[in-house]
Every structure is written in structure tokens, then in C-alpha cells.
Design a protein around this ligand. Structure first.
Ligand code: ZN
Length: 563
């Protein structure tokens, strides 16, 4: 409370000093830059859960209350927006995105909704017609589980339509890609190439690569893909910023940015064009770069911060590379793969200890139960060796937990950074892969809450859609995408809309050490807000996926308005 009062005093003082629209000479009372009235506000602030109106000075909220309460803030220059009774929420904070690949993917060939291998090939062929010589066909986000039969694509499929253009199109989870012959040749991948640690070169009966490359096996190929130019990267980020604004996403936590991405963010920040708040977690392999500069967790300003690192424990369920205690139910003897960063695990442990000693936040991709368990062991070792501190360890995805590990998340105060859309996607086939018992502890959001574990919500865009309405819909209905579980897949794990929104705003803010700055409609906080077409708290849950964003504000600035 003291903090809020202090920020109000500072705001007023700043207004007086600058003489703009604060205490005007004529009126001797403070005026807001923006007032939104006639809204149905759900604040996500337990001290004051609902309101009608919100007043903003500069980039911060100064008043939350009834229309009458906030008339006090109205001045001749105040912009007043009538919300027409619509629902206003804090802006969504996506705790796990791949922002630049997301922006680039908006322009890549779209393969995700290709419903057959023929359609997959047709779209690649079409793209080849308009691809200039020397350029690659990349991205795609294909998903063979939508085809029948659900077979992995091969170079033989793509080669006829791309005889002289290199192709490396990714599975939607990023844990596998398929290359054509031109690309395999460019990368020097042949029957003689051994599987790298943490990766698999899928081969036919004669040992020849089929084109499909799993996890670390993709790296040899990516080495020959030309990196995005600065202009291309800038373009991708601008696309991503516009897209995020249109969906009510006001903050993102960017996993694995390249340093060249950071350069683009920082350039846009300088130009005043960064309209989504970004917290960046570069690769743990490079943690020393941040450590050397003394960059600790949440270092930076309200629009651009870093001080976290992203690590990989294992692969994905879809690629059967998530690391489990027991083999996959449909792939005898295969327990998945530890990532190349975990070869051997002791090196990862050392790296994490060093990063923690430098004050850097750890965000670790871990999906299989043993992958998760090993990371929890490392986190426990860090606490034991370095003593207690406010670290906010994170496990990204946290998909398939061993029964004993829910309590360990709680004990170690590990945040489960989860993506509910993956649940309604994987829910189509996950049980076949890991069996009923393990599936019952999969995407176990309710079990996490019951154990007192904090959730942060996100999408993993561009692995899944960025749209928060799809994420909330997924968390609340758990209705798998194939329509086979209309009442919910493991329905006991459903969240309420309020819980999902809370995790997507305050929960995600906490996961980036920003719960005092954003995540709720509270005086003193940044004025990041979204107005929705429908009241998701009261409509039928199945309709949530169709709800649209009417307006998005970042720091009190209108960054999106529907037409
Ligand atoms: Zn990811």
C-alpha cells in the first residue's frame, strides 16, 4: 500500500514538474490522460476484485472504482473511452513464446492445418514456385497426427516438387523437422552420418536418412540455413508485435532469443515502437555472457528485460523424445532422450549452479517425468549449496509428472510454466503413448494448484497459437481438438476461467518478478488492459474460443482496436 501511495505522489510530482496534463494551473486538481468508463472490470486484485472504471496518468493506473468515483480524475484533456459494459481484464502475459520465429512463421509456408500428406506436399510445391533461388523453405509447423495414416513425412514426398530448392520444414513442436535431398546434401547428412548425442537421424531399412531429423540431429542442418538478416528479423518482430496487440497479449516471456533478436528489440525500444513488453531468456549455454555483465534476474526496464536463461532437459512427447522413467507404452525399450545440454547431466548441474550464483533465473524445458525429476534434483542442489533466496525456478511445460514430484514443486517453490493448448492437442493421442496412469498426471493443472504450486500460463507460440482465448478455452474445457472429449480429457484437471485468467496475468507476472508492476488492475501498476467482446467469466466455456479482443492498451496507450 505504501508503495502505491508513493508511486501516486511521484506521478503527481512528475506531472507538476513537466506541466503536462497533471495539475493544470487553472484547475488545481489532477487529471487523467485516459479514463475507461462503463466497463465490467475484473481486476485480478483480491483487495478490489470488480470495478466499473479505471483512470490512467502516463503509463500507470491511478484510480480503479465506480464511474462516479473516477469522475474526480476527469479534466479537459482527458480521453474518455466508454467500454459499453464489456469485460476489461489485465493484459495477458504469455509466459513462454518464441517471438521471432512466431513473427517469421506468420509469413512462412503454413502446414499446420494440412490434413493429409498430399496437402502437405501441395503447399510446399506452391511455395517453391514463388521462392527465389538461393532461399530456403522453412517453418511450416506440420503435424502428421492430422493425416491418415499418421506417418512421418520423408524427403521422397517433397523432392519431386522441390528439385533445386532446399527445404527444412519443422514439426509444430520444433522437436523434429524434415529436409529434402537438396538440404541434406547441403548439410552433409548421409547414411554415414552417425546420430549425434540427444538426436536421431531417422533412417529407412538401408540406413539412408529419410529426411526426418529429431531434436539435436536438426542442428547439423540448421548450421547451413542462412540466418535471418537484420531487416528480416525486424520485419518478423514488427509482425509479431502487431499480432500480439490484436490478441490482447501485452507481455511475453521470450524463450531462447538469439542475440540478434535482442538487438532488434532494443532498436525498437529506442524508437518507441516496442508495443509488447518482453522478458528474454537466452540459451543457458551462453549464461556466462549475462553473468559477466552482472545482469541478474529481471534486469532492465518495463518494456525490455532479461536476466533469465532457458535450458532443455529433454525433447517432446510428440517426437517420443521426452525423457521418462519407463518406456513409452507404444515404443518398447524407448524412454526418450535427454537433450544435448544434458550430455552428461553433471555438466547441466554445474552450469545451473553457476548461473544461479550469478543471480540469473533458471527456466528449464522439461516434459517427461524423469526429465522433470532430474531438474528438480538440480534445483534442490542449488538451494542446498547456495542457501535460500527468492529465485523463482521455473519448469517450462511441466507436462508429465511423477506422483512424488508435485510436492517437490511446492517445496522448492518451482513455478509450473504451462501451455494448456498443448493439453487439448496432445490429449488426442497422449494416452496411447504413455498409458492411462501416466496420462492422469499429465497437464495436471488442478493437482498443481492443490499442492500450492504457482502456475504461469502461456502458449509456446509458434508451437501453439498465441491467442489467449484458445489457451483459456483449453484450460477450462480440456476438450481435445479431435472433438472426442467434449466433457474434458481428465476433466478433474480443469481450471475455472478465473483461475486461468489469474495464472495468465498475475501468475505470469510473478514468474518474471513483475507482480508489483503488472498482472492486475491496481493503482500504481502499468496500465496494460484488454477489453473483450464477451464476458468469458459468465459465457458458456465452449464459446470462449470465439471471443474477440476489442481494444488492447499497453501502458495506457491504445495499441489495438478492432474494426
Ligand atoms: Zn518453447
Amino acid at each position: 500500500m505504501n508503495e502505491i501511495r508513493l508511486s501516486l505522489v511521484l506521478l503527481c510530482l512528475a506531472s507538476v514538474l513537466s506541466g503536462i496534463n497533471g495539475f493544470s494551473q487553472a484547475q488545481s486538481k489532477p487529471a487523467a490522460d485516459l479514463i475507461i468508463t462503463h466497463a465490467k472490470i475484473w481486476t485480478v486484485d483480491p483487495a478490489n476484485p470488480t470495478a466499473q472504471a479505471v483512470a490512467v496518468v502516463g503509463e500507470r493506473i491511478v484510480g480503479v472504482g465506480s464511474d462516479a468515483d473516477l469522475a474526480f480524475w476527469r479534466g479537459p484533456e482527458t480521453r474518455v473511452i466508454d467500454a459499453d459494459g464489456k469485460l476489461l481484464l489485465p493484459g495477458f502475459n504469455d509466459a513462454h513464446v518464441h517471438f521471432v520465429s512466431g513473427g517469421a512463421q506468420l509469413e512462412n509456408v503454413q502446414l499446420n492445418d494440412a490434413s493429409s500428406s498430399q496437402e502437405f506436399v501441395r503447399r510446399i510445391g506452391e511455395r517453391a514456385q514463388v521462392t527465389p533461388k538461393g532461399s530456403w523453405i522453412l517453418g511450416g509447423d506440420w503435424d502428421e497426427t492430422k493425416w491418415s495414416p499418421a506417418q512421418l513425412p520423408t524427403k521422397e514426398l517433397i523432392d519431386p516438387v522441390t528439385p533445386d530448392i532446399p527445404v527444412f520444414v519443422s514439426r509444430y513442436d520444433g522437436h523434429m523437422g524434415v529436409a529434402n535431398s537438396v538440404a541434406l546434401r547441403a548439410a552433409g547428412i548421409s547414411a554415414k552420418t552417425p546420430d549425434p548425442p540427444g538426436g536421431t537421424i531417422v533412417r529407412d531399412g538401408q540406413g539412408n536418412p529419410t529426411g526426418a531429423l529429431k531434436d539435436a540431429a536438426q542442428e547439423q542442418l540448421y548450421k547451413v540455413v542462412p540466418p535471418l538478416s537484420h531487416e528480416e528479423r525486424l520485419h518478423a518482430v514488427k509482425r509479431a508485435l502487431t499480432y500480439a496487440a490484436s490478441l490482447g497479449v501485452t507481455s511475453v516471456q521470450n524463450m531462447n532469443p538469439d542475440y540478434a533478436d535482442m538487438a532488434v528489440y532494443s532498436e525498437l525500444l529506442e524508437r518507441g515502437q516496442l508495443t509488447t513488453r518482453i522478458y528474454a531468456a537466452p540459451y543457458i549455454m551462453d549464461f556466462d555472457d549475462q553473468a559477466k555483465m552482472g545482469i541478474r534476474h529481471a534486469f532492465g526496464g518495463p518494456l525490455l528485460r532479461m536476466g533469465a536463461v532457458k535450458a532443455y532437459a529433454d525433447g517432446s512427447l510428440g517426437a517420443r523424445t521426452a525423457y521418462f522413467f519407463e518406456p513409452f507404452s507404444d515404443s518398447p525399450g524407448n524412454r526418450g532422450l535427454l537433450s544435448d545440454e544434458m550430455q552428461p547431466p553433471s555438466l547441466m548441474r554445474e552450469r545451473m549452479l553457476k548461473a544461479d550464483a550469478a543471480g540469473i533465473q533458471l527456466c528449464t524445458h522439461a516434459i517427461g517425468d524423469q526429465g522433470i525429476s532430474i531438474i528438480l534434483d538440480f534445483y534442490a542442489d542449488i538451494v542446498k549449496e547456495h542457501g535460500p533466496a527468492d529465485r523463482r525456478f521455473r519448469i517450462e511445460h511441466a507436462q508429465h509428472m511423477a506422483a512424488k514430484d508435485f510436492a517437490r514443486f511446492a517445496q522448492l517453490a518451482v513455478i509450473a510454466s504451462v501451455q494448456p493448448y498443448h493439453a487439448i492437442d496432445d490429449g488426442r493421442w497422449a494416452e496411447g503413448r504413455i498409458g492411462h496412469d501416466r496420462a492422469s498426471r499429465t497437464y495436471a493443472f488442478r493437482t498443481f494448484l492443490n499442492h500450492g504450486v504457482r502456475l504461469a500460463l502461456g502458449t509456446d507460440w509458434d508451437v501453439a497459437p498465441l491467442d489467449p482465448m484458445l489457451t483459456v478455452y483449453a484450460a477450462v474445457t480440456r476438450a481435445t481438438l479431435d472433438g472426442k472429449n467434449p466433457k474434458g480429457w481428465f476433466p478433474e484437471q480443469k481450471l475455472t476461467v478465473a483461475e486461468a485468467v489469474q495464472a495468465y496475468t498475475m501468475g505470469s507476472a510473478y514468474a518474471e518478478f513483475q507482480e508489483k508492476e503488472k498482472g492486475s488492475i491496481t493503482p500504481g501498476k502499468l496500465a496494460d488492459m484488454v477489453i473483450l467482446s464477451d464476458d468469458i467469466l459468465t459465457i458458456e466455456p465452449v464459446k470462449i474460443r470465439d471471443v474477440k479482443v476489442l481494444k488492447t492498451f499497453v501502458g495506457g496507450t491504445l495499441v489495438y482496436e478492432s474494426r
